[in-house]
Design a binder for this molecule. Structure first.
Ligand code: SF4
Length: 82
C-alpha cells in the first residue's frame, strides 16, 4: 500500500499512535492539540472523511465531527442535484 506523501510532514509522525485513539476527553484534547500544530491537517482530514475512518482523531476532528461533515456534504449534493 502506498503511503500518502502528506504523512511525511505530519506533526504526529513518531508520536505513539494510541494517542489519536483516545479513551476520554482529556486524551482527545491532547491529540487535537497536536493536530492543531500540524501543517497537513487538511489533507489528513480529507483522507479520513473520504475513506470513512470510523475511529480516532484525524485532522483535528473526532469520528462524530467527521461524520457530521460527511453528512453535510451528502446533503449539499442532494440539494444541488434538485
Ligand atoms: S492532523 Fe493530526 S492526525 Fe492528522 S497528520 Fe496531523 S497530527 Fe496526525
Amino acid at each position: 500500500m502506498q503511503v500518502q506523501s502528506w504523512r511525511e510532514d505530519a506533526a504526529c509522525k513518531g508520536i505513539r499512535p494510541g494517542l489519536f485513539y483516545p479513551e476520554n476527553e482529556a486524551e482527545e484534547r491532547k491529540a487535537k492539540a497536536v493536530c492543531g500544530l500540524c501543517q497537513v491537517r487538511e489533507c489528513c482530514l480529507e483522507f479520513a472523511i473520504s475513506s470513512g475512518e470510523p475511529e480516532g482523531v484525524w485532522g483535528g476532528l473526532n469520528s462524530r465531527q467527521r461524520r457530521r461533515i460527511a453528512r453535510s456534504r451528502r446533503d449539499l449534493r442532494v440539494f444541488s442535484a434538485v
